[in-house]
Design a protein around this ligand. Structure first.
Ligand code: PLP
Length: 395
C-alpha cells in the first residue's frame, strides 16, 4: 500500500529533532535563558546586509516575471558565469558556466550527485563521524553507504581502514571538510594521501572512483587554516557547495554542483546530473536567490561570532575537564562523552538543561556534538553547568 522505508523516514524523528523539540518544550517551562540548546546547526548570525540589499536591488531593478519565473534547470547562464569567475579567481581554477549546476543547497547537490552516479550494486564510502543524511540519501539512490571508522585522535582519516573498504563496487568517496560534527579540517597531507590511494585504486579497478566534496562549511575555517581545494588534487572530483552556512541562508535553498572538465566522461556525468535533478523534481534552484548569489558571490562571510563562540566553548570545556580537538572549522565541537554510552551521557546532560547530540548518530560512539551557532551569552552561562555535569562524573 505504501513504502515502509519512506514511512519510517518520514515519521521516525531524528535524535537531533527530538532533542530540539524537547528543548522548545523545556524552554516554555523554565524560560529561554535557562536552557542551553546545542542541538541544531542553524546559523545564528543573520544573513549579511549585502544580501538584503541585493534582494531589494533585484526586486527594484529586474523584471518580476523573470525574477519569480522558471529558469533553465542548471540555473541561469549569467549566474553560472559569475560563479565560475568568482571560483576561478579564488582557487586558480578554469571553470566555465557549463561546469556548474545550481541546486537547492548542499542537500540538493549531494542527492542529485548520488542519484546521477548510482548503478545497481554501487557503494559510496564516507568517514565517521559523518552527516547522518548521507545514509538515507545514498540508499534512496539505490546504493550502499560504507563507513570508515573514525580516527578520534585528530579526526583525520584512518587510511588502513579506508583501504580495506575500497572495492570494485566503490563508485565514490564522500568527504566533508570542514566537518560536521567534528569541526576538523582535512590537512593537505590527508588530502594528498587520500587522492593518491584513490588514483591507485582507479587504475587497479579500471574505472573512475569519484571524490564528492560536500563543503557547505568551506568559508568557516579558523586561524588561517588552509582548506585544500579538492579539484586541484584529483581530476574526478565533484564539488557540492551551499550558501546555507556561509551566507546564513539555509531556508532559501541555494548552492551548486561543479563537475570539472577533467572529470572522467565530463559530459556524460553532467548529463546524468541533469537527469537526476529532473527525476528528483529539482525544476530549478530558487530564481530570486540565483540572482542574489550572482551579485554577492565575491563577498566575504562573517565568521567572527563562530570563531568567538568556538574558542569560548572549547576553553570552557577543557577547563571543566572534557577532552576535545580544537575547532578548526564549521561551528561544532565534538568532545568525548564522560561515559562510554553517549546516549546515557546526553540524557544525563539533559537533566542539567544541556542539550547535546550523541556521537553515535554520526557513526562515532563515545562522543557528543555541541553546535555553537547559538548566542554567546548562552555559551557563557552554560560553562558552569558543564562544569557541574563533569563534577557529577567525579571530574
Ligand atoms: N552537508 C553537511 C555536512 C551539512 O552539515 C548540511 C547541513 O547541515 C548539509 C550538507 C545540507 O546543507 P544545506 O542546507 O545546504 O542543504
Amino acid at each position: 500500500m505504501f513504502s515502509q522505508t519512506m514511512y519510517e523516514l518520514g515519521t521516525k524523528k531524528s535524535t537531533i529533532r527530538t532533542i530540539f523539540e524537547y528543548g522548545r518544550k523545556r524552554a516554555a517551562e523554565v524560560g529561554e535563558d535557562n536552557i542551553y540548546d546545542y542541538s541544531l546547526g542553524n546559523p545564528n548570525v543573520p544573513a549579511p546586509a549585502y544580501i538584503k540589499q541585493a534582494i531589494f536591488d533585484i526586486l527594484n531593478e529586474e523584471e518580476p516575471c523573470a525574477v519569480h519565473g522558471y529558469t533553465i534547470a542548471p540555473g541561469l547562464v549569467s549566474v553560472r558565469e559569475k560563479l565560475a569567475d568568482s571560483v576561478n579567481r579564488r582557487f586558480q581554477t578554469n571553470f566555465a558556466a557549463k561546469n556548474f549546476f545550481i541546486t537547492g543547497g548542499a542537500a540538493g547537490a549531494i542527492t542529485i550527485t548520488f542519484k546521477a552516479l548510482s548503478e545497481a550494486g554501487d557503494e559510496f564510502i564516507t568517514f565517521a563521524p559523518f552527516f547522518p543524511e548521507y545514509k538515507c540519501f545514498v540508499e534512496a539512490a539505490g546504493a550502499k553507504l560504507v563507513v570508515v571508522p573514525p580516527q578520534p585522535a585528530d579526526f583525520q582519516i584512518d587510511f588502513t581502514e579506508f583501504e580495506k573498504r575500497i572495492s570494485a563496487e566503490t563508485k565514490a568517496v564522500i568527504v566533508n571538510s570542514p566537518n560536521n560534527p567534528s569541526g576538523a579540517v582535512y590537512s593537505e597531507k590527508t588530502i594528498k594521501k587520500l587522492t593518491d590511494i584513490m588514483k591507485k585504486k582507479e587504475k587497479e579497478y579500471g574505472h573512475p572512483i569519484f571524490l564528492i566534496s560536500d563543503e557547505p562549511y568551506r568559508e568557516i575555517a579558523y586561524d588561517n587554516i588552509k582548506v585544500p581545494y579538492l579539484p586541484h588534487y584529483y581530476a574526478d572530483t565533484i564539488v557540492c557547495y551551499s550558501y546555507s552556512k556561509s551566507f546564513s541562508l539555509p531556508g532559501e535553498r541555494i548552492g551548486y554542483i561543479i563537475v570539472p572538465d577533467e572529470a572522467a566522461s565530463f559530459e556524460k556525468i553532467y548529463g546524468a546530473i541533469a537527469g537526476a535533478a529532473r527525476v528528483l523534481t529539482h525544476v530549478n534552484a530558487p530564481s530570486l536567490f540565483q540572482r542574489v548569489i550572482a551579485r554577492c558571490c565575491d563577498m566575504p562571510s562573517d565568521i567572527s561570532t563562530y570563531r568567538q563562540n568556538g574558542t569560548l566553548l572549547y576553553n570552557g570545556l577543557i577547563a571543566a575537564g572534557f577532552k576535545c580537538i580544537k575547532p578548526q572549522g564549521a561551528f561544532y565541537l565534538f568532545p568525548e562523552a564522560l561515559e562510554a554510552d553517549d546516549y546515557a551521557f546526553c540524557k544525563k546532560a539533559q537533566k542539567f538543561d544541556l542539550l547535546l547530540v550523541p556521537g553515535t548518530d554520526f557513526g562515532c560512539p563515545g562522543h557528543f556534538r555541541a553546535s555553537y551557532c547559538i548566542k554567546t551569552s548562552t555559551i557563557e552561562k552554560s560553562l558552569p553547568v558543564f562544569k557541574k555535569l563533569a563534577e557529577s562524573y567525579g571530574i
